[in-house]
Design a protein around this ligand. Structure first.
Ligand SMILES: Cc1cc2nc3c(=O)[nH]c(=O)nc-3n(C[C@H](O)[C@H](O)[C@H](O)COP(=O)(O)OP(=O)(O)OC[C@H]3O[C@@H](n4cnc5c(N)ncnc54)[C@H](O)[C@@H]3O)c2cc1C
Length: 389
Protein backbone atom coordinates (compact mmCIF):
# COMPACT_ATOMS: atom_id res chain seq x y z
CA UNK A 1 0.00 0.00 0.00
CA UNK A 2 1.27 3.48 -0.82
CA UNK A 3 0.62 6.74 1.00
CA UNK A 4 -1.78 7.89 -1.72
CA UNK A 5 -4.31 5.16 -0.95
CA UNK A 6 -7.51 6.35 0.72
CA UNK A 7 -7.22 3.99 3.69
CA UNK A 8 -4.20 5.76 5.10
CA UNK A 9 -5.70 9.20 4.89
CA UNK A 10 -7.73 10.88 7.66
CA UNK A 11 -11.23 10.33 6.33
CA UNK A 12 -12.58 8.36 9.23
CA UNK A 13 -14.78 11.31 10.22
CA UNK A 14 -16.72 10.90 7.01
CA UNK A 15 -17.06 7.12 7.05
CA UNK A 16 -18.33 4.30 9.23
CA UNK A 17 -17.12 0.68 9.36
CA UNK A 18 -19.89 -0.14 6.90
CA UNK A 19 -18.49 2.33 4.36
CA UNK A 20 -15.04 0.79 4.70
CA UNK A 21 -16.51 -2.68 4.17
CA UNK A 22 -18.34 -1.49 1.03
CA UNK A 23 -15.11 0.02 -0.29
CA UNK A 24 -13.18 -3.15 0.34
CA UNK A 25 -15.80 -5.31 -1.38
CA UNK A 26 -16.28 -3.11 -4.45
CA UNK A 27 -12.53 -2.60 -4.78
CA UNK A 28 -12.02 -6.34 -4.70
CA UNK A 29 -14.65 -6.85 -7.43
CA UNK A 30 -13.33 -3.94 -9.52
CA UNK A 31 -9.75 -5.20 -9.29
CA UNK A 32 -10.69 -8.75 -10.24
CA UNK A 33 -13.46 -8.21 -12.78
CA UNK A 34 -13.39 -4.67 -14.14
CA UNK A 35 -9.76 -3.50 -14.34
CA UNK A 36 -8.51 -6.48 -16.41
CA UNK A 37 -11.09 -5.67 -19.12
CA UNK A 38 -10.60 -1.88 -19.16
CA UNK A 39 -8.10 -1.85 -22.03
CA UNK A 40 -10.17 -4.11 -24.32
CA UNK A 41 -13.43 -2.34 -23.45
CA UNK A 42 -11.80 0.95 -24.52
CA UNK A 43 -10.09 -0.37 -27.64
CA UNK A 44 -13.17 -2.25 -28.85
CA UNK A 45 -15.60 0.47 -27.73
CA UNK A 46 -17.60 -2.33 -26.12
CA UNK A 47 -20.21 -1.80 -23.41
CA UNK A 48 -19.38 -4.47 -20.79
CA UNK A 49 -22.96 -5.57 -20.19
CA UNK A 50 -21.82 -8.73 -18.39
CA UNK A 51 -20.20 -6.53 -15.72
CA UNK A 52 -23.53 -4.78 -15.18
CA UNK A 53 -25.29 -8.13 -14.70
CA UNK A 54 -22.69 -8.97 -12.04
CA UNK A 55 -22.94 -5.54 -10.40
CA UNK A 56 -26.69 -6.11 -10.26
CA UNK A 57 -26.34 -9.54 -8.64
CA UNK A 58 -23.96 -8.10 -6.04
CA UNK A 59 -26.38 -5.30 -5.17
CA UNK A 60 -24.32 -2.36 -6.44
CA UNK A 61 -26.78 -1.19 -9.11
CA UNK A 62 -29.32 -0.36 -6.44
CA UNK A 63 -27.02 1.10 -3.80
CA UNK A 64 -29.03 4.28 -3.04
CA UNK A 65 -32.43 2.69 -3.84
CA UNK A 66 -34.70 1.39 -1.07
CA UNK A 67 -34.63 -2.32 -0.24
CA UNK A 68 -38.38 -2.61 -0.99
CA UNK A 69 -37.51 -2.03 -4.68
CA UNK A 70 -34.55 -4.39 -4.79
CA UNK A 71 -31.98 -1.80 -3.76
CA UNK A 72 -29.46 -1.80 -0.93
CA UNK A 73 -30.91 1.25 0.86
CA UNK A 74 -27.39 2.56 1.35
CA UNK A 75 -26.45 6.22 1.69
CA UNK A 76 -24.85 8.53 -0.84
CA UNK A 77 -21.35 8.07 0.57
CA UNK A 78 -21.61 4.36 -0.22
CA UNK A 79 -22.63 5.18 -3.78
CA UNK A 80 -19.78 7.71 -4.19
CA UNK A 81 -17.32 5.07 -2.94
CA UNK A 82 -18.65 2.62 -5.54
CA UNK A 83 -18.31 5.12 -8.42
CA UNK A 84 -14.80 6.03 -7.29
CA UNK A 85 -13.62 2.43 -7.08
CA UNK A 86 -15.26 1.39 -10.37
CA UNK A 87 -13.91 4.51 -12.09
CA UNK A 88 -10.45 3.76 -10.75
CA UNK A 89 -10.62 0.35 -12.44
CA UNK A 90 -12.25 1.54 -15.70
CA UNK A 91 -13.49 5.04 -16.56
CA UNK A 92 -16.04 3.80 -19.11
CA UNK A 93 -17.60 1.32 -16.70
CA UNK A 94 -17.66 4.02 -14.02
CA UNK A 95 -19.46 6.46 -16.32
CA UNK A 96 -22.07 3.92 -17.42
CA UNK A 97 -22.53 2.77 -13.82
CA UNK A 98 -23.11 6.35 -12.64
CA UNK A 99 -25.51 7.02 -15.55
CA UNK A 100 -27.47 3.86 -14.77
CA UNK A 101 -27.76 4.49 -11.03
CA UNK A 102 -27.96 8.23 -10.45
CA UNK A 103 -29.56 9.22 -13.77
CA UNK A 104 -31.39 6.16 -15.10
CA UNK A 105 -32.78 4.80 -11.80
CA UNK A 106 -32.66 7.31 -8.95
CA UNK A 107 -35.14 9.82 -10.50
CA UNK A 108 -37.76 7.04 -10.53
CA UNK A 109 -37.01 6.39 -6.85
CA UNK A 110 -37.12 10.09 -5.96
CA UNK A 111 -39.98 11.35 -8.13
CA UNK A 112 -41.97 8.27 -9.17
CA UNK A 113 -45.22 7.02 -7.64
CA UNK A 114 -45.50 3.62 -5.94
CA UNK A 115 -46.69 1.88 -9.10
CA UNK A 116 -43.81 3.26 -11.19
CA UNK A 117 -41.24 2.34 -8.54
CA UNK A 118 -42.60 -1.22 -8.30
CA UNK A 119 -42.73 -1.58 -12.06
CA UNK A 120 -39.28 -0.27 -13.00
CA UNK A 121 -36.88 -0.25 -10.06
CA UNK A 122 -36.52 -4.00 -9.32
CA UNK A 123 -35.41 -4.61 -12.91
CA UNK A 124 -32.97 -1.68 -12.83
CA UNK A 125 -31.48 -2.62 -9.47
CA UNK A 126 -31.05 -6.28 -10.46
CA UNK A 127 -29.38 -5.45 -13.76
CA UNK A 128 -32.14 -7.09 -15.79
CA UNK A 129 -32.69 -3.64 -17.31
CA UNK A 130 -30.22 -0.89 -18.17
CA UNK A 131 -31.32 2.71 -17.66
CA UNK A 132 -30.50 6.05 -19.24
CA UNK A 133 -31.54 9.66 -18.75
CA UNK A 134 -31.94 12.19 -21.53
CA UNK A 135 -31.91 15.94 -21.10
CA UNK A 136 -29.36 17.11 -23.69
CA UNK A 137 -30.52 17.83 -27.25
CA UNK A 138 -28.58 18.68 -30.43
CA UNK A 139 -29.10 22.42 -29.84
CA UNK A 140 -29.43 22.40 -26.05
CA UNK A 141 -26.78 21.29 -23.55
CA UNK A 142 -25.81 23.78 -20.86
CA UNK A 143 -28.95 25.78 -21.68
CA UNK A 144 -31.14 22.81 -20.78
CA UNK A 145 -34.29 24.83 -20.17
CA UNK A 146 -34.64 25.43 -23.94
CA UNK A 147 -35.95 21.93 -24.63
CA UNK A 148 -37.20 21.35 -28.19
CA UNK A 149 -38.53 17.83 -27.66
CA UNK A 150 -42.28 18.09 -27.23
CA UNK A 151 -44.87 15.94 -25.47
CA UNK A 152 -48.44 16.63 -26.60
CA UNK A 153 -51.31 15.23 -24.55
CA UNK A 154 -53.76 13.11 -26.55
CA UNK A 155 -56.32 11.31 -24.39
CA UNK A 156 -54.54 8.90 -22.08
CA UNK A 157 -51.18 9.32 -23.86
CA UNK A 158 -48.51 11.92 -24.48
CA UNK A 159 -47.07 11.99 -28.00
CA UNK A 160 -43.32 12.67 -27.99
CA UNK A 161 -41.40 14.22 -30.88
CA UNK A 162 -37.77 15.32 -30.92
CA UNK A 163 -34.18 14.17 -30.50
CA UNK A 164 -31.96 13.72 -27.47
CA UNK A 165 -28.20 13.74 -27.93
CA UNK A 166 -25.11 12.34 -26.19
CA UNK A 167 -27.11 9.95 -24.01
CA UNK A 168 -25.00 7.55 -21.97
CA UNK A 169 -26.15 3.90 -22.17
CA UNK A 170 -28.75 4.80 -24.82
CA UNK A 171 -27.80 1.87 -27.10
CA UNK A 172 -28.42 -0.72 -24.38
CA UNK A 173 -31.09 0.98 -22.30
CA UNK A 174 -34.41 -0.75 -21.68
CA UNK A 175 -35.89 2.35 -20.09
CA UNK A 176 -35.10 5.99 -20.81
CA UNK A 177 -36.05 8.94 -18.64
CA UNK A 178 -36.93 11.73 -21.05
CA UNK A 179 -37.41 15.44 -20.46
CA UNK A 180 -39.86 17.03 -22.92
CA UNK A 181 -41.78 20.28 -23.28
CA UNK A 182 -45.48 19.88 -22.44
CA UNK A 183 -46.22 23.62 -22.42
CA UNK A 184 -43.77 25.88 -24.25
CA UNK A 185 -45.47 29.06 -23.02
CA UNK A 186 -44.31 28.25 -19.47
CA UNK A 187 -40.60 27.98 -20.34
CA UNK A 188 -38.68 25.75 -17.94
CA UNK A 189 -41.90 25.26 -15.93
CA UNK A 190 -43.43 23.65 -19.03
CA UNK A 191 -40.97 20.74 -19.03
CA UNK A 192 -42.15 17.31 -17.90
CA UNK A 193 -40.42 13.99 -17.38
CA UNK A 194 -41.38 10.55 -18.74
CA UNK A 195 -40.20 6.98 -18.42
CA UNK A 196 -40.15 5.56 -21.95
CA UNK A 197 -39.71 1.85 -22.60
CA UNK A 198 -37.43 0.91 -25.46
CA UNK A 199 -40.00 -1.07 -27.44
CA UNK A 200 -42.45 1.83 -27.60
CA UNK A 201 -43.27 2.47 -31.29
CA UNK A 202 -41.66 5.71 -32.53
CA UNK A 203 -38.68 5.43 -30.15
CA UNK A 204 -35.35 4.94 -31.95
CA UNK A 205 -31.69 4.86 -31.06
CA UNK A 206 -30.41 7.10 -33.85
CA UNK A 207 -26.72 8.12 -33.97
CA UNK A 208 -24.08 6.16 -32.02
CA UNK A 209 -21.12 8.45 -31.27
CA UNK A 210 -17.40 7.70 -31.68
CA UNK A 211 -15.55 9.42 -28.86
CA UNK A 212 -12.18 10.70 -27.65
CA UNK A 213 -12.46 8.65 -24.46
CA UNK A 214 -14.96 6.71 -22.34
CA UNK A 215 -15.28 4.49 -25.39
CA UNK A 216 -16.68 1.51 -23.52
CA UNK A 217 -19.55 3.65 -22.30
CA UNK A 218 -22.02 3.93 -25.20
CA UNK A 219 -23.21 7.41 -26.16
CA UNK A 220 -26.04 7.80 -28.65
CA UNK A 221 -28.92 9.95 -29.81
CA UNK A 222 -32.53 9.00 -29.18
CA UNK A 223 -35.21 10.07 -31.63
CA UNK A 224 -38.94 10.23 -30.97
CA UNK A 225 -41.37 10.26 -33.88
CA UNK A 226 -44.99 10.40 -32.73
CA UNK A 227 -43.97 8.16 -29.86
CA UNK A 228 -47.06 7.46 -27.71
CA UNK A 229 -46.22 7.24 -24.03
CA UNK A 230 -49.00 6.38 -21.53
CA UNK A 231 -49.97 9.20 -19.15
CA UNK A 232 -49.06 6.95 -16.21
CA UNK A 233 -45.41 7.05 -17.33
CA UNK A 234 -44.99 10.70 -16.32
CA UNK A 235 -42.74 11.15 -13.29
CA UNK A 236 -44.35 13.59 -10.87
CA UNK A 237 -46.74 16.18 -12.28
CA UNK A 238 -46.78 18.13 -15.55
CA UNK A 239 -44.23 20.96 -15.44
CA UNK A 240 -42.01 19.39 -12.76
CA UNK A 241 -39.46 17.95 -15.19
CA UNK A 242 -36.91 20.75 -15.10
CA UNK A 243 -36.89 20.99 -11.32
CA UNK A 244 -36.44 17.21 -11.17
CA UNK A 245 -33.62 17.43 -13.73
CA UNK A 246 -31.76 20.04 -11.68
CA UNK A 247 -32.13 17.90 -8.54
CA UNK A 248 -30.90 14.85 -10.46
CA UNK A 249 -27.89 16.79 -11.75
CA UNK A 250 -27.21 17.97 -8.18
CA UNK A 251 -26.57 14.34 -7.21
CA UNK A 252 -24.95 13.63 -10.57
CA UNK A 253 -22.23 16.19 -9.84
CA UNK A 254 -21.03 14.02 -7.00
CA UNK A 255 -21.09 11.01 -9.36
CA UNK A 256 -18.85 12.72 -11.88
CA UNK A 257 -16.64 14.07 -9.10
CA UNK A 258 -16.24 10.51 -7.79
CA UNK A 259 -15.54 9.20 -11.27
CA UNK A 260 -12.87 11.88 -11.78
CA UNK A 261 -11.36 11.02 -8.41
CA UNK A 262 -11.20 7.33 -9.34
CA UNK A 263 -9.47 8.11 -12.65
CA UNK A 264 -7.04 10.49 -10.88
CA UNK A 265 -6.22 7.80 -8.31
CA UNK A 266 -5.57 5.30 -11.12
CA UNK A 267 -3.13 7.83 -12.62
CA UNK A 268 -1.31 8.10 -9.30
CA UNK A 269 -1.18 4.29 -8.92
CA UNK A 270 0.18 3.75 -12.44
CA UNK A 271 2.67 6.62 -12.14
CA UNK A 272 4.16 5.39 -8.87
CA UNK A 273 4.50 1.85 -10.22
CA UNK A 274 6.16 3.10 -13.39
CA UNK A 275 8.46 5.55 -11.58
CA UNK A 276 9.78 2.66 -9.50
CA UNK A 277 10.44 0.28 -12.39
CA UNK A 278 11.58 2.49 -15.29
CA UNK A 279 15.27 3.25 -15.21
CA UNK A 280 17.17 6.13 -16.83
CA UNK A 281 20.74 7.23 -16.25
CA UNK A 282 21.29 4.12 -14.15
CA UNK A 283 18.49 4.60 -11.64
CA UNK A 284 14.69 4.39 -11.35
CA UNK A 285 13.12 7.60 -12.67
CA UNK A 286 11.32 7.96 -9.31
CA UNK A 287 14.69 8.93 -7.84
CA UNK A 288 14.76 12.12 -9.93
CA UNK A 289 13.47 15.09 -8.01
CA UNK A 290 11.49 16.40 -10.99
CA UNK A 291 9.51 13.15 -11.18
CA UNK A 292 9.08 13.26 -7.39
CA UNK A 293 7.80 16.81 -7.72
CA UNK A 294 5.18 15.66 -10.28
CA UNK A 295 4.11 12.87 -7.95
CA UNK A 296 4.02 15.15 -4.91
CA UNK A 297 1.70 17.56 -6.77
CA UNK A 298 -0.45 14.69 -8.02
CA UNK A 299 -1.07 13.07 -4.61
CA UNK A 300 -1.66 16.48 -3.01
CA UNK A 301 -4.27 17.52 -5.55
CA UNK A 302 -5.95 14.12 -5.44
CA UNK A 303 -6.09 14.29 -1.63
CA UNK A 304 -7.72 17.75 -1.79
CA UNK A 305 -10.26 16.58 -4.38
CA UNK A 306 -11.04 13.55 -2.24
CA UNK A 307 -11.71 15.66 0.85
CA UNK A 308 -14.01 17.98 -1.07
CA UNK A 309 -15.96 15.10 -2.55
CA UNK A 310 -16.34 13.15 0.69
CA UNK A 311 -17.33 16.32 2.50
CA UNK A 312 -20.07 17.03 -0.08
CA UNK A 313 -21.32 13.42 0.10
CA UNK A 314 -21.33 13.61 3.93
CA UNK A 315 -23.38 16.81 3.83
CA UNK A 316 -25.82 15.27 1.35
CA UNK A 317 -26.29 12.27 3.64
CA UNK A 318 -27.03 14.71 6.44
CA UNK A 319 -29.75 16.40 4.35
CA UNK A 320 -27.79 19.61 3.83
CA UNK A 321 -27.84 21.52 0.55
CA UNK A 322 -24.79 20.67 -1.55
CA UNK A 323 -25.38 23.13 -4.40
CA UNK A 324 -22.08 24.86 -3.58
CA UNK A 325 -20.08 21.91 -2.26
CA UNK A 326 -21.26 19.52 -5.02
CA UNK A 327 -20.29 21.94 -7.79
CA UNK A 328 -16.96 22.73 -6.13
CA UNK A 329 -16.15 19.03 -5.75
CA UNK A 330 -17.14 18.24 -9.35
CA UNK A 331 -15.24 21.22 -10.75
CA UNK A 332 -12.10 20.60 -8.75
CA UNK A 333 -11.98 16.80 -9.02
CA UNK A 334 -12.53 16.83 -12.79
CA UNK A 335 -9.85 19.45 -13.42
CA UNK A 336 -7.48 17.58 -11.08
CA UNK A 337 -8.16 14.36 -13.02
CA UNK A 338 -7.14 16.02 -16.29
CA UNK A 339 -4.00 17.59 -14.78
CA UNK A 340 -2.98 14.38 -13.05
CA UNK A 341 -3.63 12.30 -16.19
CA UNK A 342 -1.47 14.70 -18.18
CA UNK A 343 1.39 14.24 -15.68
CA UNK A 344 0.83 10.48 -15.74
CA UNK A 345 1.45 10.51 -19.51
CA UNK A 346 4.55 12.67 -18.97
CA UNK A 347 5.99 10.33 -16.32
CA UNK A 348 5.54 7.42 -18.74
CA UNK A 349 7.51 9.27 -21.43
CA UNK A 350 6.99 7.74 -24.90
CA UNK A 351 5.10 4.81 -23.39
CA UNK A 352 2.58 7.31 -22.04
CA UNK A 353 1.59 8.06 -25.61
CA UNK A 354 1.18 4.41 -26.60
CA UNK A 355 -2.02 2.41 -26.14
CA UNK A 356 -0.19 -0.53 -24.52
CA UNK A 357 -0.04 1.53 -21.31
CA UNK A 358 -3.17 2.94 -19.64
CA UNK A 359 -1.87 6.52 -19.25
CA UNK A 360 -3.25 7.79 -22.59
CA UNK A 361 -6.64 6.21 -21.84
CA UNK A 362 -6.73 7.95 -18.45
CA UNK A 363 -6.12 11.29 -20.17
CA UNK A 364 -8.86 10.69 -22.77
CA UNK A 365 -11.32 9.44 -20.13
CA UNK A 366 -10.57 12.22 -17.63
CA UNK A 367 -11.51 14.99 -20.09
CA UNK A 368 -15.16 13.91 -20.13
CA UNK A 369 -15.47 14.75 -16.43
CA UNK A 370 -14.93 18.43 -17.24
CA UNK A 371 -17.87 18.30 -19.69
CA UNK A 372 -20.55 15.80 -18.61
CA UNK A 373 -23.36 16.74 -16.19
CA UNK A 374 -22.47 20.42 -16.38
CA UNK A 375 -19.24 21.76 -17.86
CA UNK A 376 -16.58 23.37 -15.67
CA UNK A 377 -17.86 26.76 -16.86
CA UNK A 378 -21.38 25.93 -15.69
CA UNK A 379 -20.00 24.74 -12.31
CA UNK A 380 -18.23 28.10 -11.95
CA UNK A 381 -21.51 29.87 -12.70
CA UNK A 382 -23.31 27.79 -10.06
CA UNK A 383 -20.56 28.50 -7.52
CA UNK A 384 -20.49 32.22 -8.31
CA UNK A 385 -24.28 32.39 -7.87
CA UNK A 386 -23.81 31.26 -4.27
CA UNK A 387 -21.59 34.24 -3.51
CA UNK A 388 -24.37 36.81 -3.29
CA UNK A 389 -22.65 39.13 -5.78
C1 LIG B 1 -19.70 11.17 -23.28
C2 LIG B 1 -20.87 12.03 -22.94
C3 LIG B 1 -21.91 11.50 -22.19
C4 LIG B 1 -23.03 12.29 -21.91
N1 LIG B 1 -24.10 11.72 -21.25
C5 LIG B 1 -25.26 12.42 -21.13
C6 LIG B 1 -26.44 11.80 -20.62
O1 LIG B 1 -26.43 10.62 -20.22
N2 LIG B 1 -27.60 12.53 -20.58
C7 LIG B 1 -27.66 13.82 -21.00
O2 LIG B 1 -28.73 14.41 -20.95
N3 LIG B 1 -26.54 14.45 -21.49
C8 LIG B 1 -25.36 13.78 -21.58
N4 LIG B 1 -24.24 14.38 -22.09
C9 LIG B 1 -24.32 15.77 -22.53
C10 LIG B 1 -23.53 16.74 -21.63
O3 LIG B 1 -24.17 16.88 -20.40
C11 LIG B 1 -23.41 18.04 -22.42
O4 LIG B 1 -22.54 17.79 -23.51
C12 LIG B 1 -22.88 19.17 -21.56
O5 LIG B 1 -23.82 19.53 -20.59
C13 LIG B 1 -22.52 20.41 -22.41
O6 LIG B 1 -23.53 20.73 -23.29
P1 LIG B 1 -23.18 21.00 -24.83
O7 LIG B 1 -22.38 19.82 -25.31
O8 LIG B 1 -24.43 21.31 -25.56
O9 LIG B 1 -22.23 22.24 -24.81
P2 LIG B 1 -22.72 23.79 -24.83
O10 LIG B 1 -23.75 24.01 -23.79
O11 LIG B 1 -23.03 24.17 -26.22
O12 LIG B 1 -21.37 24.50 -24.38
C14 LIG B 1 -20.30 24.79 -25.28
C15 LIG B 1 -19.26 25.60 -24.49
O13 LIG B 1 -19.86 26.83 -24.04
C16 LIG B 1 -19.75 26.94 -22.65
N5 LIG B 1 -20.91 27.62 -22.10
C17 LIG B 1 -22.23 27.34 -22.30
N6 LIG B 1 -22.99 28.18 -21.60
C18 LIG B 1 -22.17 29.00 -20.93
C19 LIG B 1 -22.35 30.08 -20.02
N7 LIG B 1 -23.58 30.47 -19.64
N8 LIG B 1 -21.25 30.70 -19.52
C20 LIG B 1 -20.01 30.31 -19.87
N9 LIG B 1 -19.76 29.30 -20.73
C21 LIG B 1 -20.84 28.64 -21.25
C22 LIG B 1 -19.64 25.50 -22.14
O14 LIG B 1 -19.06 25.42 -20.85
C23 LIG B 1 -18.78 24.90 -23.23
O15 LIG B 1 -17.43 25.20 -22.98
C24 LIG B 1 -23.08 13.64 -22.34
C25 LIG B 1 -22.00 14.17 -23.06
C26 LIG B 1 -20.92 13.39 -23.37
C27 LIG B 1 -19.81 13.99 -24.18
Amino acid sequence: MVASEPDLLPYSEFFTEEHHAIREAIRDFATREIAPKAHAVDQEARFPIETFKELGKLGYLGLPIGAEYGGAGADYRSYVIAVEEIGRACGSTGLSYAAHVSLGSNPIYLFGNEEQKKKYLPKLTSGEHIGCWALTEPGTGSDASSQKTTARREGDHYVLNGTKQFITNATDADTAIIMAMTDKSKGSKGISCFVVEKDTPGFYVSKVEKKLGMRGSPTASLTFEDCKVPVENMLGAEGEGYKQALMTLGGGRLSIGALALGIAQACVDASITYAKQREAFGQPIGKFQMIQSFLADMVTEVAAARLMLYHAAYLKDHHKSVILEGSQAKLYASEVASRVANLCVQIHGGYGYIVDFPAERFLRDAKLCEIGEGTSEIQRLVIARQLGL
